[in-house]
Design a binder for this molecule. Structure first.
Ligand code: IFM
Length: 455
């Protein structure tokens, strides 16, 4: 389907003002392996915790899994061609650990590496910057059988796997991201059980959180040693919490939530250690932290990747979640762009990292309006535009933002929600695997080409 149509902003409520971004600012999209690749049992891929989790009735809302997903494993060439046609500068994807080290013996599977090598070559050939993430939640099942991220040894296995990837891809990749959203890995995977491996223990959550960060530190060391000219990043999700009222109880709970969700990973990376008051509140005794760990974890990163979707409003008794008339996406998350602007300013004031990149931002919307075949998603367009405007404002105030990646390139497998929520700027017909850019993709394409947006 043609991608060179006019993608006016009008239906999304525009003022006509143009915001131009600094030269070198880049635009692109993000995905992850289990959510789009499919090909779950080919070329030697071993099972991951998500294969196991999806097989348990009740874990995934629509009973689906990532066996086929967007079949990107077989369609990566045409997918890259589509990104190129849309004028995108960068593509963030993740590498499936169970393709690279499929079995407990640790042997590296060349065919797994071949796939990502070909993907990187295809991207470079199209002038698109490859931005791989080494861990976006698909832990090999054999490691979960050995106690997953609760086991310190998993961090060392992660570093070995990272080194195998970097040996093959080398400095063709300018930035390697170690982990995606360690908070979600530890919290949803080990505390609430909403995600694989589906465990429900606060103590295991704390152990997992530390071993994830240790894995980051160990992998960062190997990346630097193996591809010295590549940069190292970590991607953290931030959901800024605000108190529902000014009461002491609400403010205390809000602080705890900000510590657990927003500072638990960024503080140690920046050398500030774990948030002590909150660790004490939950009676975490730091027993997993060995001598030297915090120094490894806080070795300077080159870039902080920021995933932002929404804010949260917190009350001590959990009675208040946001004004009832607030705009929300189809997963119920409040839409509140100013929170991104304040987050960016606060992060830079607190941490002073070298550079920042929006590694995910986007929303699932009803997608129920069409013009011919094309989804007219003015609501998604407005969400993306209004958040990008916040990035622009932060740059004006001195925050070194280097780019913006929309989540997601495609509609895809949204974890425990299955295929219900549609985050894509490109629709995927799962029967035919046809890709149809939504109106928001055409608008985003204009933004990428002109390095500017009309608000
Ligand atoms: O789909 C996820 C992604 O895998 C990680 N960040 C949030 C997205 C939307 O929930």
């Amino acid at each position: 389907m043609a991608v060179n149509e006019n993608a006016s902003n009008e239906g999304a409520g525009s003022t006509g003002q143009i915001l131009t971004f600094p030269e070198g600012f880049y635009w692109g999209s993000a995905t992850s392996s289990y959510q789009i690749e499919g090909a779950h049992d080919v070329d030697g891929r071993g099972p991951s915790i998500w294969d196991t989790f999806c097989a348990v009735p009740g874990n995934i809302k629509d009973g689906s899994n990532g066996d086929v997903a967007c079949d990107h494993y077989n369609r990566y060439r045409s997918d890259v061609a589509l990104m190129s046609e849309l004028g995108f500068d960068a593509y963030r994807f993740s590498i499936a650990w169970p393709r690279i080290v499929p079995e407990a013996d640790g042997a590296v599977n060349t065919k797994g590496l071949d796939f990502y090598d070909k993907l990187v070559e295809e991207l470079l050939g199209a002038g698109i910057r490859p931005l791989p993430t080494l861990y976006h939640w698909d832990l090999p099942q054999y490691l979960e059988d050995a106690n997953g991220w609760v086991n310190r040894d998993t961090a060392y296995r992660f570093a070995d796997y990272a080194e195998a990837v970097v040996r093959r891809l080398g400095d063709r990749v300018d930035t390697y991201t170690t982990l995606n959203e360690p908070f979600v890995s530890a919290n949803h995977g080990y505390v609430t059980g909403e995600h694989a491996p589906g465990r429900t223990s606060m103590a295991e959550g704390f152990a997992a959180s530390h071993h994830l960060l240790l894995g980051h530190g160990l992998a960062a060391e190997r990346i630097r040693a193996t591809a010295p000219s590549s940069r190292v990043a970590i991607v953290i999700n931030f959901t800024p919490a605000e108190p529902a009222t000014d009461s002491e109880a609400d403010r205390a709970e809000t602080e705890r939530q900000n510590d657990l969700e927003n500072r638990w990973y960024a503080d140690p990376i920046a050398g500030l250690g774990y948030p002590a008051k909150t660790a004490e509140h939950y009676e975490w005794d730091y027993s997993e932290v060995h001598d030297g760990d915090m120094a490894l974890i806080s070795a300077p990163i080159d870039l902080l990747g920021i995933n932002f979707y929404t804010r949260s409003i917190v009350s001590a008794d959990n009675s208040y979640v946001a004004p009832p008339d607030t705009p929300r996406n189809t997963m119920g998350w409040e839409i509140h762009p100013p929170s991104l602007g304040s987050l960016l300013r606060e992060l830079h004031a607190r941490y002073k990292f070298r550079s920042y990149l929006i590694t995910e931002n986007g929303c699932p919307m009803p997608d129920d309006k069409r013009d011919g075949e094309r989804i007219i998603d003015d609501d998604r367009l407005a969400y993306v535009r209004d958040h990008i405007a916040q990035v622009h404002a932060a740059i004006q105030e001195g925050v070194p933002m280097e780019g913006y990646l929309v989540w997601s390139l495609f509609d895809n497998f949204e974890w425990a929600w299955g295929y219900g929520p549609t985050f894509g700027i490109i629709e995927v017909d799962y029967q035919t695997q046809e890709r149809i850019p939504k109106k928001s993709a055409l608008w985003f394409s204009d933004a990428a080409r002109t390095n500017s947006i009309e608000i």
